[in-house]
Design a protein around this ligand. Sequence first.
Ligand code: ZN
Length: 130
Amino acid sequence: MNQNALQKRQELIQKRVDAGFVSEKLPQIADMEIKMVYYRRSIYSAEDKLLMLRTVKVTPDSHAYFEMQCMTKECEGSFNLTRVIRKLVKDRKKRGTGNIVCTHKAEGLLPRHASVDYEIKIKFNRAKKK
Ligand SMILES: [Zn+2]
């Protein structure tokens, strides 16, 4: 790993640490599942290509960090689900779906070169009685 990549990785670890834990930041969550389908756009094909499926399990012990790096090698962009998750929790919604597109621009990258379909399922802790 070169120096730059190493530094990037350390920054990422630091970001996760800084984000704190789900138990502190989103104590309403008992359990959460984030299903993601990554698509990549190619100049060789009219249709976006399915790149990979990923499921992330989130527990109160997890870091409250929901930013996923773009899967495109040359890209430094990311997909950030933090706002989506905050909104679901605020509205106490058990399920949310949507699509996010990597908007990072750089030479050699197609516009909308990568996107993610997500499905988020949340189990909430019972509201405390007052
Ligand atoms: Zn990207």
